[in-house]
Design a protein around this ligand. Structure first.
Ligand code: ZN
Length: 378
C-alpha cells in the first residue's frame, strides 16, 4: 500500500477514480458523508462516517461529533462526499477556512462514484428484498447487470415523470413494474377521450379525472410496494426547482417547449439527467441530456425555444398512437440504466425513429462549449 506524502498539497476536488486511489493510501484519509440520514439507503462509500452538512461545524469544536471516536486533526487527509458534490464542496470550503487544508470534496458526489462503477456498501435503511420482491423481480434478479444489488438501486431510485401523456404513460408503467421505488407524476390535465388513442395509463371511465391522480392509483395497483406521488399542477418556474430537487432522473414527456426548456435549465443547474423523448406523426426522437457527465443539454441543440406557433403540437399535427409507446418505453429503459449505473447512456446521441420507413438511426450530438446554458458550468 502506498503512503500519502503529507507535504503534497491536496486538491479541493477529486474525481471518483482519484478519490478511490486516495482512499487506498496509508494512513487512510477520513471519509465523511454529509448527506441527510434518509439519503443513505441508496448506498454509502465503505468506511464513511455520517455527519450531515449542518453538523460539520461540530467536528472542529472540542466536544467532537458523536460519530467520531476522536477529534480530527487539521493535518489529516479528509474526503467529503454528498449526493452530487455540491454540499460536500461547501463543507470542504468551510473546513479549509478553519485550517483543515488537507480536505477534499468528491466531485459529482456519490452519483458520480456510482456511475464510475466504484463499490458501494449498503447504507442504513436499505432493506433487503423480501420474499414478494424476490418473486416480483425474479426476471431482473437473474440478469447479471441487475441482480439483487441492481434491484435495490432501482428500489432506492426516485424518478420525476413530467407529463403523464403519450410518453409518460408507457414510461411510468414500466418504471413502476420495474420497481423504481419512488415515481412522481406531474401533469395538470384531466383525461380526455382523444387521449385514449395513445395514453395507455387511462381508461374510458376515467375521462374528466386528474391524470396525475389516476396515474398514481393505476401505478400503485400495478406495484403496491413502491411510492407514487401525484403532482396535479402545471410545472412552473416557481414550483419546478423544489419538484426536481428530490429526484435522481427526470423523464421528460412534456407536451410544450416552455416546460421542456424550464426542465432542461433547472436540471443542468441541479445536475440531474433528463431522459428526453418527442414524437411527431410516424416519427420519434430520444436522447439523454446529462451535462454533469460531459453530455450536451437541450440548449446545445436549440439555444432558444422555437417561436410560438412555429411547431405543430400533437393536437395539430397528429401522432400515430404507438409512437409515444415506442419512445416512452425506450425512455424508461434509459432511466433504468441510469439508476443502475449500467450500459452506454444515450447522452450525446440522438435516436431518430421513422416508423413509416422502418428506420432506426442515430446521430452524434456534441456538447457545445459555447452553449448559453451548460457552457457556464464547464
Ligand atoms: Zn448545453
Amino acid at each position: 500500500m502506498e503512503s500519502a506524502n503529507p507535504s503534497d498539497p491536496v486538491p479541493q476536488e477529486l474525481d471518483p477514480e482519484q478519490a478511490a486511489r486516495w482512499l487506498d493510501l496509508e494512513p487512510t484519509p477520513r471519509l465523511i458523508d454529509v448527506r441527510e440520514v434518509e439519503e443513505l439507503h441508496s448506498g454509502v462509500v465503505s468506511g464513511a462516517i455520517h455527519i450531515p452538512l449542518r453538523e460539520i461545524p461540530s467536528i472542529v469544536s472540542p466536544g467532537t461529533h458523536p460519530h467520531l471516536s476522536a477529534p480530527i486533526s487539521s493535518e489529516e487527509n479528509i474526503l467529503i462526499y454528498c449526493a452530487k458534490g455540491i454540499r460536500s464542496y461547501d463543507a470542504m470550503h468551510w473546513l479549509r477556512q478553519q485550517g483543515y487544508h488537507r480536505c477534499a470534496s468528491l466531485r459529482g458526489g456519490i452519483e458520480a462514484w456510482r456511475s464510475a462503477h466504484l463499490p458501494l456498501a449498503a447504507g442504513p435503511g436499505s432493506d433487503h428484498l423480501d420474499a414478494d420482491d424476490l418473486q416480483r423481480y425474479a426476471r431482473h434478479l437473474t440478469i447479471p447487470e441487475v441482480g439483487e444489488e441492481g434491484q435495490s438501486k432501482l428500489l432506492a431510485g426516485r424518478v420525476l415523470v413530467v407529463g403523464g401523456g403519450g410518453l409518460g404513460s408507457p414510461a411510468a408503467l414500466y418504471l413502476a413494474a420495474a420497481g423504481v421505488g419512488h415515481i412522481t407524476i406531474a401533469d395538470d390535465d384531466v383525461v380526455e377521450l382523444s387521449n385514449l388513442q395513445r395514453q395507455v395509463l387511462y381508461r374510458t371511465d376515467e375521462i374528466g379525472h386528474s391524470k396525475a391522480k389516476v396515474a398514481a392509483k393505476t401505478l400503485s395497483a400495478l406495484n403496491p410496494s413502491i411510492e407514487i406521488s401525484a403532482f396535479p399542477y402545471r410545472v412552473t418556474a416557481a414550483n419546478a426547482p423544489e419538484l426536481i430537487r428530490d429526484h435522481h432522473v427526470v423523464l421528460d414527456g412534456a407536451d410544450n417547449f416552455e416546460t421542456r426548456f424550464l426542465i432542461n435549465d433547472l436540471c443542468v443547474e441541479q445536475q440531474v439527467p433528463v431522459v428526453h423523448g418527442s414524437v411527431y406523426r410516424f416519427e420519434g426522437q430520444l436522447t439523454v441530456f446529462d451535462p454533469a457527465r460531459g453530455g450536451p443539454c437541450l440548449r446545445c441543440l436549440h439555444p432558444e425555444p422555437p417561436a410560438e406557433g412555429s411547431c405543430a403540437s400533437c393536437a395539430e399535427a397528429g401522432v400515430l398512437g404507438v409512437m409515444p409507446g415506442i419512445i416512452g418505453t425506450i425512455q424508461a429503459a434509459e432511466t433504468i440504466k441510469i439508476l443502475l449505473g449500467q450500459g452506454e447512456s444515450m447522452s450525446g446521441r440522438l435516436l431518430l425513429i421513422d416508423a413509416m420507413k422502418g428506420s432506426f438511426r442515430q446521430i452524434q450530438i456534441p456538447r457545445r462549449p459555447d452553449c448559453i446554458l451548460c457552457g457556464q458550468y464547464q
